[in-house]
Write a protein that binds this ligand. Structure first.
Ligand code: AKB
Length: 316
């Protein structure tokens, strides 16, 4: 049974990924780490957990050695909107954290999975059906760290033989732990507000399409790619994956089909709108499908049904 170290384990992806990995590989085989602790979280009380600031390379390696890890899932990162507010901090956390994850993987000869993002594309990238291999000139610091990270992971694979793998995540929608500091966060907030207040004011303008995915599909993609036969992988860092592409009015219409009185208004934030406009409308995930069988289960309709049911049953 393999042992996996997860950074950013209390975050939006980490909190659900740790639970899924523990159910697959056993509670004691998944080591959650985060810069803070939360005694009430199942991540902390359901198996091994360590405090880790990912910019501390010695501690990263020490935890890896202590648990004899076979794989690192490096999630800790600053997202796009926070990155624009604190560019130097975003570069430091995202790049130093990744270098420390890669060094841990190199020294312990283990696998490393880390997510890239649709943010690795920029205004000069083809906007529709964005290919796997295309122009990558992002104009956000987050995007710059994501492209640099993709290149660095490829370098560690080619130069040191580290088994690096990654996906370019679209906006992720989930009901367990809210995201923080991203541009696509509106697509999560809209559901919480729909259930609580029956209305939402979007900071993203009408007509702005971005790729999105429901969390169960994102978790499945991580596991599937980490388990994929390396002989089939032409690409590694990082695969385009997506489940749907929508604008605010599309998700509002899906909500209104279940909550007819739901009202969507707009108060556009110029910073996040500029970021959204620099990203693709929709990306092409064919390489992920061909090389490791990526296949999302949820579309906008089925995700909306599940999100609303889960939020209502959790009293959110
Ligand atoms: C963000 O909006 O910054 C993230 C992302 C698409 O990487 N959700």
């Amino acid at each position: 049974m393999k042992t996996v170290l997860v950074t950013g384990a209390l975050g939006q992806i980490g909190s659900e990924l740790v639970a899924k990995l523990r159910s697959l590989y056993g509670d004691n085989h998944i080591v959650g780490t985060d810069i803070r602790s939360d005694a009430d979280s199942p991540v902390v009380c359901g198996g091994p957990f360590e405090i880790l600031d990912v910019t501390d390379g010695e501690r990263f390696l020490e935890i890896g050695k202590k648990y004899h890890v076979d794989a690192v899932v490096h999630l800790a990162a600053v997202l796009s909107a926070t990155g624009e507010a604190k560019p130097q901090f975003a570069w430091h956390l995202n790049m130093t954290g990744l270098v420390n994850g890669l060094e841990t993987a190199r020294q312990l000869q283990c696998q490393l999975f880390t997510p890239s993002s649709i943010a690795a594309f920029g205004p000069s990238t083809p906007k529709d059906s964005t290919p796997q291999d295309t122009i990558q000139r992002p104009n956000t610091i987050y995007g710059v760290t994501k492209v640099s990270g993709e290149l660095l992971c490829d370098y560690y694979h080619q130069r040191f033989g580290v088994d690096t793998r990654g996906v370019r995540f679209p906006g992720l929608i989930s009901y367990v732990t809210p995201p923080g500091g991203g541009t696509t966060d509106y697509a999560v907030e809209i559901y919480y507000h729909a259930v609580k207040e029956k209305k939402y004011t979007s900071y993203i303008a009408a007509g702005t399409k971005m790729d999105m995915m429901y969390m169960p599909d994102a978790l499945e993609a991580i596991v599937q790619l980490m388990e994929a036969d390396p002989a089939r992988l032409i690409h590694r860092n990082a695969f385009n994956i997506t489940a749907m592409s929508f604008a605010p009015e599309d998700v509002a219409a899906a909500i209104q089909a279940r909550i007819p009185e739901f009202l969507l208004t707009y108060d556009v934030d110029p910073v996040r709108q500029r970021i959204a406009e620099s990203w693709p409308n929709s990306i092409d995930a064919r390489c992920a499908v061909d090389e490791w069988g990526f296949q999302p289960r949820y579309d906008l309709e089925s995700m909306t049904k599940d999100m609303l049911e889960k939020l209502v049953s959790r009293g959110r």
